[in-house]
Design a protein around this ligand. Structure first.
Ligand code: HAM
Length: 439
């Protein structure tokens, strides 16, 4: 007996077969909805300097505090090595803002609309819909503060889910985090409001108590029933918001209404990352109950400057494939017809069968010729009997079998068998490609 077999790390998956069909469908749907809105694909590295994420997402965010996959920098020791180290990206916005600054776009072509699809890494407790490596589709638009750009981004998110088959129960829940100075004022009034709840034997959960000083907004999105009750009457940002942010929010909602989207004001949306300013939103599908949130995003007008660039506004969203897959399974989506072509790609078009071992080499050469012409071909490599090869041909789902026996081979012919209709004909090997292409 060898050693105990290795398994994949918790919170990761090996994707193949049917699972990969769905992922590929999500990928092409994402690329399509982004491309029609004029967004170009961007691919940034899977890891960045750790301090990039600390600076952009916020030291007090859950992601930075508890969920980073980090490695130390070689040549440094201890805390310094970690501080100067690298982290597998937990999300895509920070990297794209870094790439925007590094690419000098603010000077050359400030309006940039990008999308990305790829793996992100968060050291979370794996559970339904949450993994440690998961794919995200995201879009980020830099260089304009117009509320119509916020609505365009929301529209892409909604269209992604519509294309996957979600119906008109999709809703957009929106809020605003105001501008930097509004946030500052708001955090003060929130701290005053919650101060009493933090004293003595507080009924607030431990998370809220630790967030009170570090990121008081997060008390508003606590999911504990008692904390939700205690949030009743908490001051609203709109009471302290400046005119510019308030009018941006009104324009944003008007745009969404014009697009015919179902819009709901939701003051509990504060998002877990520090970079948000003004617009924040989530797309929900209420029939999914507690897991109705499908994606999230918002505006980050200070982020590019935070990354060392010129002041440049930005807005985007991202959606995790893992929760999307769960939602689709629950809703019996997407329609089988939408996946038919991808499923078909898993099947060979032709299966090559050698009547005896003497024909294997010539069969292989014939199969390679077909492959070079773009026809997918499978054949046996494990010395299976004729009967077992036919069994494999059936199991493979191939529409055609080509069968090479001694006499056909001598005459430069081959048997072409239609596996569904169970009909066959002998044709010249030179005509095989044309016959398959005709069929
Ligand atoms: P986020 O809300 O942290 O925002 O993540 C966006 C989406 O990623 C979530 O709605 C969820 O679908 C998915 N997700 C997050 N963590 C996990 C996990 N452990 N397993 C599976 N899926 C997960 C961001 O990442 C921002 N960058 C969004 C954004 C883009 N804001 C502006 N632009």
């Amino acid at each position: 007996m060898g050693a105990k077999p290795f398994t994949n790390p918790r919170g990761t998956r090996d994707l193949l077969g049917e699972n990969l069909v769905l992922i590929k469908h999500l990928e092409r749907t994402a690329s399509m909805v982004a491309a029609v809105a004029g967004y170009q694909e961007v691919r940034t590295p899977l890891f960045e300097e750790t301090r990039l994420f600390k600076r952009s997402l916020g030291e007090a965010s859950d992601v930075v505090e508890k969920e980073m996959f980090s490695v130390p920098r070689r040549g440094s020791e201890g805390a310094e090595a970690m501080a100067k180290g690298f982290t597998f990206r937990p999300e895509g916005t920070a990297s794209t803002a870094r790439a925007y600054v590094q690419g000098g776009f603010a000077a050359s072509a400030p309006l940039q609309k990008w999308f990305y699809i790829g793996p992100m890494f968060r050291y979370e407790r794996p559970q339904k819909g949450r993994e440690r490596q998961f794919n995200q589709f995201g879009v980020e638009a830099f260089g304009a503060q117009s509320a119509s750009l916020d609505s365009e981004v929301v529209g892409i998110a909604v269209r992604f889910f519509q294309e996957l088959g979600f119906d008109d129960q999709l809703e957009v829940r929106v809020n605003s985090m105001g501008d930097a100075e509004d946030r500052e004022k708001w955090s003060q009034v929130l701290r005053e409001f919650f101060a009493e709840q933090m004293q003595g034997s507080s009924e607030r959960c431990a998370d809220c108590q630790s967030r009170y000083t570090r990121n008081v907004f997060r008390l508003l999105d606590c999911k504990s029933t008692r904390c939700i009750e205690l949030n009743e009457g908490a001051p609203n940002l709109f009471a302290v918001m400046g005119d510019a942010a308030a009018s941006h929010h009104q324009q944003f909602i008007a745009c969404l209404n014009n697009l015919g989207l179902k819009v709901i004001d939701d003051p509990s949306i504060v998002r877990g990352l520090d970079y948000y300013t003004r617009t924040v939103f989530e797309v929900h599908y209420p029939p999914l109950g507690a897991r109705s949130a499908l994606c999230g995003g918002g505006r980050y007008d200070g982020l590019v400057e935070e990354m060392g660039g010129r002041p440049t506004p930005g807005v985007g969203f991202s959606v995790g494939f893992t929760p999307t897959e769960l939602a689709l399974a629950e809703l019996n989506l997407p329609a089988a017809a939408d996946l038919a072509d991808l499923r078909q790609q898993l099947l060979p078009q032709v299966y090559g069968v050698a009547v005896s071992d003497e024909q294997r080499d010539d069969l292989f050469i014939l199969c390679e010729k077909l492959r070079r012409a773009g026809i997918s071909v499978e054949l046996d490599y494990r010395g299976k009997s004729l009967k077992a090869q036919f069994k494999e041909a059936n199991r493979s789902g191939a529409r055609w079998a080509i069968v090479l026996g001694d006499s056909e081979n001598e005459n430069k012919q081959i048997v072409l068998k239609n596996m569904q209709q169970k009909t066959e004909q002998i044709i010249a090997q030179d005509d095989l490609l044309a016959a398959l292409k005709d069929a």
